[in-house]
Design a protein around this ligand. Sequence first.
Ligand SMILES: [Zn+2]
Ligand SMILES: [Zn+2]
Ligand SMILES: [Zn+2]
Length: 466
Amino acid sequence: MRNTSLSSCGQSVSNKYHGPVNNVGRHFASSSYPLQPMCDSKESGSSVQCQCIPLVIVEGFLGRTGSRIWGDFERHLNQECYQCKRRVIFAPVGPVSSLHDRACELYYSLVGGTVDYGEEHSIAHGHSRHGRTHSQGLYPQWSLENPLHLLGHSMGGPTIVKLQYLMKQGHFGSRAHPDWIRSINTISSPFRGTQIVYTLGERVDAAPRVRPLSPGSLLSKAVHAISYLSPILPTLLDLHTESRRMSYHDISILCLLKQLWKSDWAESQDAAPFDVTFESADKREANLEGQPYPRTFYRSCATYLTEKCEEDRNLHTVHFKLLSFPLISPLSLLARAVGSFDFSTIRPVPSFLEERGLSPIDTEQDLFATDFQKTLPEEYWANDGVVPLFSQWHPASCSSTRCQHGETKSPAPGIWYVEQWDNTSHSSLVPLWVASDCQKQYWLKLGRWLRAIESQNEYNIVTSTS
Ligand SMILES: [Zn+2]
Ligand SMILES: [Zn+2]
Ligand SMILES: [Zn+2]
């Protein structure tokens, strides 16, 4: 039983999940990386020229709110700065787009120009090669000399990872380089997929097909209806679906009705829901997407609010006491579903089961009722209401990437630093600002982390606010 409240997230010590061997767990443990000189700033007359590298924020699935609800986080991000204010950029990316499409939208929103999804990709997935045009990029000077920090919440994390991978692949031409990204910072990101997508509608045996009348199916109908009416709807409902030609300018009402019956978007491999299946995550990992680049800094924040149900099983649950918090109630219910999910039903068999020697034939048997719940560690069920813990750590398994879990000493590039926050839901830290202690702590620590990275800056990069 917990003896803590949400406002003290992370303080719980009872019954708590400690993660992999090298994880020391407590997220409120004081950071011991050197707190360099806050950000350098130079007085020029009465104004202060900020030399901090700007921070780009990429929201998650359905995220479209930006600074409207993210609130007063900058005060804490810059709390230990000397009079200057790091530039923060909210990147406009498609709230329901696939990782590939979101990564392309992210790139062109920053550098400017017409979004190019790539010839091969657009032919393979049956949508237009080009999207909208950004006449003015949000950071057109983006380069080796003017790099960026990126922060992704939920699907925003793998979006950034995909962007860096595409930069490396030369998708954006020979000039774009993965080193333009100085750091990748993520909160509650489903790097390795999440079982919630199956709970909500994706078929366990035939993704990306969607079960009729499931929440996922209803969501896809809403996406079609909103896209159809998009020319007359407010920008808050802009789903960035123009490359798919779903508006009334492009299709007839009959065509819309067909899509409402069976959605080509939702049941394709080029949509956000499929990208968070284990099948899609395994494909990305097979391509070595998400392997850390040697000159970029990586830090993930993994959240969970569940605890182990019983001593001899690794399933997780959430205490119903949390249901008294209105904001977190739906996530608590989802957390219970994620915490008791039967992985043995998924086809193809996820790599994390195969790694443990469980073959498709084994999983045909009722492993769920037998040793299966002991074989698979509890991080596969511990979750924040949306994403299991293991998936939030980093892309790929700990044995096939460079990672360090627990208290951070000093940032070094090319390694995923993983921090775990217990008693914290998928939406406790962002996006809705409620000025909680954990929100303030997160932004304060992120500000320190970014400055610690900048203090190691080997390029002597100087940027300035616009
Ligand atoms: Zn600054
Ligand atoms: Zn696409
Ligand atoms: Zn790891």
